[in-house]
Design a protein around this ligand. Structure first.
Ligand code: G6P
Length: 611
């Protein structure tokens, strides 16, 4: 949510900020703005995308080698020119960009209004800018101290970049709950919400921790906490290729990422499967393996697509490791009073590693003494740093807001974990263990086969591009695939879509079925095949249109369904990894045909760092 970029150095800041904002636009894209700090501070901001900001700042003074930029996902106040960041305090002393939510902003605002402060915008950020300024002017302290004092009074989450007009050679950054990464160059520093705007300039980064404050000039970086204790910055090398953050020959990041899945899945299992395919190694959880093996229960917490991956994990862990599993929305889990025991293992799944609710749920669960694991994609993000151990998905950076390759990599990790646990707990036969490991290594090739039918899938998309509703049905471990397929469609095409366990259809959704209703049925050969064939018949009896995802060569469903999309045969435990792919492709094409902005769907953001 919201992208932040800043630069302090010798180069002209403007192009670095604009390019950085374009790289970060997937985090939020309802308005954008920059501040260039020169003799005076120039602020340019407007509603819309980064390209609107570029037009808006054309012909203006864009000089300066210190600056900050922001791309917004609105929380307080509608997307508008005024509500866009940066925000400048009433007397012009402080310029602020912010990611997060200041929860006590209303209280602070009231106090400031009583002291004759006036406000231009509806944002919590402007309140913070004025609050810092009021401390600065009242207490006659320097900017850094004013910021630290203000932050001790602030409740909420923030990633902040701040400049003071009396101390133009420095910028101050602070983090609590919303990520900030510092890039370290030669006599120059970069700041960003994640490393994507930084990697083309330097691979040396410092991940800021909660309550860190960084004071940055061209020559120096001073890292403290809000209590003013000095901290030692830990410089790490970031592993991110510049090619990964370009679309290449693809029209959209989403399509590129769909096509990357054969590679991203291979990258997820590479080095973790023995050459003879008889064993698995998950180095990141090796130290805590005894605790996982003896776990009484696994609790999986996640949001969005990652939650769907968690549901697939539930089937795998229960089937092969025989451990009871609960899968929870992080946002629900953290606000009730869940029973968590010391011998539970909690697995947080998150592509970004920054989702606020998932992070907060981890922090809450820590008190229980349970072992906490992470399955994350972004190295160095907050969740891997908060967990006891974990497994990176190594899917590579995912930029399309609708998650695709992250999902299949998460399911790959969960599959490996479940098999490894089953092996260690003696709940899986050797034969099945070897068979599924081997089956997993075949998945990338099979996804390539599915992708080679893209044109046929596109034809089906044409037929349903004007649908207003869609139903997705699946059973067992294909029910989460139905949920994920429905989520893909609604996220990017704005068609209302629901995923349902196929048998539950009779308890409600069947009432919606008529000749206009596309019903996607995930019906590959498995133990509930006969049942799902009956479900297809039930839909057809009500004139619904059936698009069935079937195992290659299925002649039975071909006769019943309006359309079939074939996927190669695999063991049923691995079927989610294949069956989701055509659903991603069809959602993509329907959205493109409807003229939707696939990579930046309305109202959504890639990384949800507010609660
Ligand atoms: C947002 C994204 C989804 C993602 C969800 C959870 O809603 O748009 O694609 O699945 O957040 O994000 P996480 O990074 O925790 O997996």
């Amino acid at each position: 949510m919201c992208g932040i970029v800043a630069y302090v150095g010798e180069r002209t800041a403007y192009p670095i900020l604009i390019k950085g904002l374009q790289r970060l636009e997937y985090r939020g894209y309802d308005s954008a703005g920059i501040a260039l700090i020169n003799n005076e501070t120039k602020v340019y901001k407007c509603k819309g995308k980064v390209r609107d900001l570029e037009n808006h700042s054309k012909g203006q003074d864009i000089n300066g080698s210190i600056g900050m930029g922001h791309t917004r996902w609105a929380t307080h106040g509608e997307p508008s020119d005024i509500n866009a960041h940066p925000h400048v305090s009433m007397n012009g002393k402080f310029t602020v960009i912010h990611n997060g939510i200041i929860e006590n902003y209303a209280h602070l605002k009231k106090e400031l209004i009583n002291r004759n402060y006036t406000f231009q915008s509806e944002t919590d950020t402007e309140v913070l800018a004025n609050f810092i300024e009021s401390i600065y002017l009242d207490k006659k302290v320097d900017a850094e101290m004013a910021v630290r004092l203000a932050l001790t009074k602030v409740i909420g989450a923030y990633g902040l970049v701040i400049s003071c007009s009396d101390e133009k050679e420095k910028i101050i950054a602070a983090r609590k709950g919303s990520p900030l990464v510092i890039g370290v160059g030669d006599n120059e520093y970069f700041l960003a919400s994640d490393a994507t705007p930084i990697v083309e300039y330097t691979d040396k980064v410092i991940y800021m921790n909660d309550e860190d404050v960084a004071i940055i000039t061209r020559q120096s970086l001073d890292l403290k906490n809000i209590q003013n204790d000095q901290l030692t910055p830990i410089i790490q090398k970031v592993e991110l290729n510049i090619e990964e953050i370009d679309k290449g020959d693809f029209e959209h990041f989403m399509l590129k990422e769909i096509y990357e899945q054969p590679n991203s899945i291979s990258d997820t299992f590479r080095g973790r499967i023995s050459i003879d395919k008889t064993n698995l190694f998950l180095g990141g959880i090796a130290d805590v393996m005894p605790k996982i093996v003896s776990a009484r229960r696994i609790i999986i917490i996640a949001c969005g697509t990652s939650w769907h991956a968690g549901l697939v994990g539930e089937y795998l862990f229960e089937e092969y490791a025989r451990i009871p599993v609960e899968v929870e929305y992080a946002s629900e889990f953290r606000y009730r009073n869940p029973v968590i025991n010391e011998d539970d293992v909690l697995i947080a799944i998150s592509q970004s590693g920054e989702t606020a609710d998932t992070l907060a749920a981890i922090k809450m669960a820590k008190e229980s003494g349970a072992t906490i694991l992470g399955i994350c994609n972004v190295a160095g993000s907050s969740i891997p740093r908060e967990t006891d151990a974990g497994v990176y998905t190594h899917a590579g950076i995912e930029i399309g807001v609708a998650s695709t390759k992250a999902f299949t990599s998460q399911v790959t990790v969960l599959t490996m974990m479940a098999l490894l646990l089953g092996k260690k707990r003696n709940t899986i036969s050797d034969e099945m263990y070897y068979r599924l490991i081997d089956g997993l290594t075949e998945i990338p090739k099979k996804i390539n086969d599915i992708l080679s039918t893209e044109e046929d899938i596109k034809e089906i998309a044409k037929t349903y591009q004007n649908a207003t509703n869609a139903l997705y049905l699946g059973r067992g471990n294909l029910f989460p695939v139905a949920l994920e397929g429905a989520l893909k469609l609604k996220e990017i095409s704005y068609i209302h879509a629901e995923g349902y366990p196929a048998a539950e259809m009779k308890h409600g959704p069947i009432a919606l079925i008529d000749e206009n209703m596309p019903v996607f049925v995930i019906a590959t050969k498995d133990k509930s095949y006969e049942k799902i064939v009956s479900n297809i018949q039930e839909v057809k009896a009500r004139e619904g249109k059936v698009i069935a995802i079937v195992t290659k060569g299925d002649e039975v469903i071909k006769k019943l369904a309006d359309h079939v999309i074939e996927v190669p045969d695999t063991h049923e435990a691995l079927a989610p990894l294949l069956t989701i792919v055509p659903l991603q492709v069809i959602s993509y094409h329907i959205a493109v045909m409807r003229g939707c902005n696939v990579d930046q769907p309305r109202n959504l953001a890639k990384s949800v760092t507010v609660e």
